[in-house]
Write a protein that binds this ligand. Sequence first.
Ligand code: B3K
Ligand code: ZN
Length: 879
Amino acid sequence: MKDAQPRTIYLKDYQEPDYWIDQTDLTFRLGEDYTDVTAVLQVRLNKNKQHEHLPNLVLDGTDMQLLSVSIDNQPLDSSLYSLTTENLSLPVNAEQFTATINTRIKPQENTSLEGLYRSNDMFCTQCEAEGFRKITYYLDRPDVMAKFSTTIIADPKKYPVMLSNGNLIADENLDDGLRKVKWEDPFKKPCYLFALVAGDLACVDDEFITHSGRKVALKLFTEATNVDKCEHALLSLKRAMKWDEEVYGREYDLDIFMIVAVDHFNMGAMENKGLNIFNSSCVLAKPETATDGTYQRIEAIVAHEYFHNWSGNRVTCRDWFQLSLKEGFTVFRDAEFSADMNSRPVKRIEDANFLRTMQFPEDAGPTSHPVRPASYIEISNFYTLTVYEKGAEVVRMIHNIVGKEGFRKGSDLYFSRHDGQAVTTEDFVKAMEEANDVDLALFRRWYTQSGTPVVHVSDNYDAANKRYTLTVKQNCPPTPGQAEKVPFHIPFAVGLIDALGNDMPLDEQGNTTLVLDVKEAEQTFTFNNISEQPLPSLARDFSAPVKVEYPYTRDQLMFLMSHDNDGFNRWDAGQKLAVDIIKELVEQQRAGMTLALDERLVTAYKSLLTGSSLDKAMLTKMLALPSEDYVAEECDVIYPLSIHVARDFVRRTLAVKLHKQFKTCFDANNTQKAYQPTAEDIAERSLKNICLSYLTLADEQGIELSWQQYQQANNMTDRFSALSILENAVSVKARDYAEQALASFYQQWQRDAQMIEQWLSVQAGGEYTDLEKIQQLMQHNAFDMKNPNKVRALIGVFANRNKVHFHRDDGAGYAFLADQVLVLNRLNPQMASRLLTPITRWRRYDEMRGALMKEQLQRIMKEKDLSKDVYEIVSKSLK
Ligand code: B3K
Ligand code: ZN
């Protein structure tokens, strides 16, 4: 650590800046040894604030060399300014002035992938949240919005493509053989939306005609070998542009929209104004190399970044505590887009499942924080599932409270009122409230209280009076810094189901789902004219991000699995049944008993496979057992190996007992069509492949079937499914096939970055890949510690998915992870702190494992030069 105790930043301390920057003119001289940057800033005193005298202009800046500064063209002697490792402080003697700052940076040495850096042979940037301060000294905060121009001077042979935000306004060849281009962005923006790209890139062109008839040039830049992987992203972009016009009335505002694919990127993509930069793995796809999952992820991320043009760029965040203002809202927008493009109930199941499996543990763990955090040490640590996914659920609840049309009125008001401004989540809620004349006073608690509320439901049926009552109690467990909670406003959607499985009418209008406004710690709701004892269907469509407790019997869950009219709850009934059964087996396993599966699960699966009228996408979801992570989340103490054994036993038993049904279903869906990533075909392939995974567990014929599919597949979805099935199958034959497949896969695709990531991850998660194998793979040419995708594919997948070997009894898995975190702490702190997550949850595990994880956290804590990123996570985890 640079400072002994890194500083905590608090929302309550927010103040407007002393100065504004109205115009920022940047010039980059890109070189192989260094890059020189000139920033010309038009600075103006902020008169909203009281000043006794003109304060110094304190600019943020780190990791660079200051060459010179001048104010209104007068060079400033170094004795007149003060410079620290984090700031440049300049004396000021006028309310308006021009500051010119020359800095030198070394992008080729920048492994943090923040600021200006190199990926392969190109230059690219990532400035959110605080990367711009690694490019030049600046007011690096989102409430300072300026108009930008960017001049790039570079060798045109090495960097024929030179891009920045906005429109190209000049392009000239200089006498010294260099080329100079100038870009100008007509919209003011915070510096986190600045972008620059230079490299030898190919471009795939397309266009979009907006609602008002303007033509927008769409350009996707990538290395020349990837031009055949651009079609799907461009198609997704055009769909997203159209959808935002239709659903939100939002039109694109520049005449050009560019996307660049880069191989070295810390996350998925970045919404820089007019110049989105994408992790290659989130934008490039062709049927031979991308799975259906990749196709769908690309559609969602391209849309997400595009939607930010309004929810993020035109209306941005006042400070980083407001991050969910743009992220929660934009995730909600992209989820609705994906629901409209594909299957709505399936998308809802996927999102709710993801939230429960991944965000609930975060919300219950040592880094738990509200959707709008109150403090942080390193803002990069707050790009979390809570800010993104729970934030999106909070927006969804507002949508459900005010209704679809009300939400549109609210978003119209929000965009028109705040266009060009940097605002807060409070401004968003106010716009929703005012446009709809609703009171969201209590609802605001979702932004300030952390933790997952638990809703306990009990019921009573009074047959004589045909009256049914539901008693709903809520509580929220304590989280760091929040011992006591006040009740949340929970929109709780409820249906009642009769003995034949039909929804009962709940009011005079005949509505069969009612949204109860739960606002108190305990409340009772009465339903009249209920002709028989009903079975409740609770929190339909996952109407709030809460845990629901109701004492369903296994028979009742089976009934709901085949009768609930709410798609989400129908699926969830199956999950609840399976979790209950797997937890029972975990106990049996720990007690050294012979495992015995409750036959009811077999019966339930059999009726899914034979008698159900579900569509294929839904059926696939119903046939997938809850993940080990979800079962773990539902256990008081996590015994990872017992959970693995128990779940595996269920899979094998189902595979043997329902072999015939799985085979029939597999054959019916094994239609060898030409590949198309349509919702219908994706569903068919997913159903076929889940059947194949069960068949492979049953006998050697299943293994032969997978091997055959691996060799004959005409698309990567089928090929990769077969590969990962073989990689996890136990027989000698399967091990042999898996080895052959992995070798030929590598042979064929070693020059394709996305394929190598897949190759690493299928091995890292493999049941038979032990720690020693992981260490060997780290030495392989395919691996690169400086490439986040590779780190995630190998180390991340090992630590998160390979339960058997990561959690081995001697703690070597944890020590290995800590070693890698310490290496990355120097190379790429953001990656280091993300990678840590599995061992931060040490309190949830059995005593032995918990102690071993804690030991590793303590070891990391002793490191001398800990980044703020890692320090924050480790210190909070040990508190
Ligand atoms: N806004 C970016 C995330 C930036 C993360 C920086 N550490 C991507 C997105 O959410 O669209
Ligand atoms: Zn985003």
